[in-house]
Design a binder for this molecule. Sequence first.
Ligand SMILES: [Zn+2]
Length: 132
Amino acid sequence: MAKKHPEFNKIEEDYPTVKQFEFTMYFYDASRKAAPVSRTYKEKPRQQNYYKHPLECIYRECEGGGYDIADAVQHMVDNHLHKMRGERICQGTLKRRNSPPTPCNSHLEFILKTQYHDDNEPDAQDTPDATS
Ligand SMILES: [Zn+2]
């Protein structure tokens, strides 16, 4: 694969069949006790693409961490899926002041929704109107 500046790739260059990605993400700390932080991104052509480069860890003190969902996106597009869920665990190290380094292990749960250019009708998504 050619290496470009990932921030400036367009969706149609990477995934010509995709009209839009929508990512909903829930971030949890390692204990999973705290309420998750959620974010939703909608990706259209010419916007930054979170689907290509790893997402940063929620913790600023985390070194070498992040969540890589590129393989999940690739799998979704390859199989023409419209919705999938996944989870990633941060492999970074927390280096907080006055405490020894500890594994980060924060969790990302994500829901990816994809619209394709050939999705003309909203109800065509998971129920193909086949009469076989
Ligand atoms: Zn982390």
